[in-house]
Design a protein around this ligand. Structure first.
Ligand code: UT7
Length: 347
């Protein structure tokens, strides 16, 4: 049976850093509140003119370079912040990387997007449609936040992460093992941008300016996220035949440090096995898991042969988990990604 094997990894963060203290200068919040309630110390934010496709292409090229390959047969981009409502952003990303004749499409599952896109990429390989797939999670989330909303402005950040998958065998290092995905559309209002879509346009009412921004019912999302990530993790562990003691690393969506600790607690996993980079990058939505993987690999917390559990929850509501055995990747990525030299200089 063909399996999808992770053979490349890359990340990209925009250079501008916004600290909690900087946010506290314009919002009624504090470094202490943000750190205690979320675990976030700072986040990266795009400068005017930089969009999701720029970050995605940078991360994708970095992943391609670390894989040793020069091209892929398919690009799948998970994002909540496409460059435009129409068309999809993945073809733009592919073109920025010099790939103008490969299939490329977007996946919209908010913070679960990377796990959904990973499943799509793995499925394309398993079906024999592709030999190599680039899977990217990328966000310029700061562009959709309401500037006066302290509940969302303190949480989200911008960035991109990418992996390259290749066709291989299920027992190889790097092989994706199993997936669990789910959704509950009755929770669509918990995380939403109300305006700009067919629903608002067909209502005949003009869009209200406040409806063009991202809104989240944080409290309800918190509890749903813990429950669904824990359940989905258990489901994927059962499919893989792993007990919780077999998991070397939990790479959960970096939503909130308290959420990650609660998920680890519900699973009975020692919290030190949970990989975290939320303090440095905040919640980067669809980019969060691949950025955590890139950071974890760069700092030596992920080693070849580690049994890794990925899990995420996001708008939709959507959730998903995956299991894999960590590959022996090239050391191209040993630099911390925020200090890496950009591969794409011209925007
Ligand atoms: O990534 C997709 C999924 N997203 C998530 O998983 C996010 C899930 N939710 C969360 O992470 C948390 O619910 C938040 C970080 C959004 C909020 O934390 P919380 O512990 O649930 O706080 P809360 O909403 O219960 O608010 C507690 C207090 C309130 O004040 P009162 O009513 O107790 O006086 C809020 O008004 O904190 C206040 N508050 C703030 N204070 C300072 C809310 N936001 C802030 C803020 N700074 N930024």
């Amino acid at each position: 049976m063909r399996a999808a094997v992770v053979c490349g990894l890359g990340g990209s963060l925009p250079p501008r850093i916004v600290t909690n203290d900087e946010l506290a200068q314009r919002l009624d919040t504090s470094d202490d509140w943000i750190r205690t309630r979320t675990g976030i110390g700072r986040r990266h934010v795009v400068d005017p003119g930089t969009t999701t496709s720029h970050l995605a292409a940078e991360a994708g090229l970095r992943a391609l370079k670390s894989s040793g390959h020069h091209t892929v047969d398919l690009v799948v981009l998970a994002t909540t912040t496409p460059d435009r409502t129409c068309p999809g952003t993945a073809p733009t990303v592919a073109a920025r990387m010099g790939l103008t004749d490969v299939p490329a499409y977007d996946v919209s599952a908010v913070c679960s997007g990377f796990v959904y896109a990973l499943q799509a990429g793995a499925g394309a390989i398993a079906a024999g449609f592709a030999e190599r797939v680039m899977v990217i999670g990328a966000e310029s989330f700061s562009t959709i936040l309401a500037p006066d909303d302290r509940t969302t402005s303190v949480i989200f950040g911008d960035g991109a992460g990418a992996v390259i998958l290749r066709a291989g065998e299920p027992d190889e290092l790097g092989a994706l093992q199993h997936f669990d995905l789910g959704s509950d559309g009755s929770m669509a209002d918990l995380i939403t941008i109300r305006g700009g879509g067919a629903e608002q346009r067909s209502s005949g009412s003009p869009a209200r300016p406040e409806d063009s921004y991202f809104r989240m019912d944080g409290k309800s999302v918190f509890f749903a996220a813990v429950r669904r990530m824990a359940e989905s993790s258990r489901a994927v562990l059962a499919k893989t035949g792993w007990g919780i003691e077999d998991v070397d690393r939990l790479v959960a969506h970096q939503a909130n440090i308290r959420i990650i600790h609660a998920v680890a607690g519900q699973l009975g996993l020692p919290p030190e096995r949970a990989l975290m980079n939320i303090e440095r990058v905040g919640n980067t939505s669809a980019a969060s898991i691949p950025l955590a993987l890139a950071d974890g690999f760069a700092c030596g917390s992920l080693r070849a042969g580690d049994r890794v559990l990925l899990t995420a929850f996001g708008g939709g509501a959507t959730w998903g988990s995956a299991s894999l055995v960590w590959p022996a990747l090239s050391s191209e990525l040993t630099l911390p990604i925020e200090n890496a030299t950009p591969l794409l200089t011209a925007h």
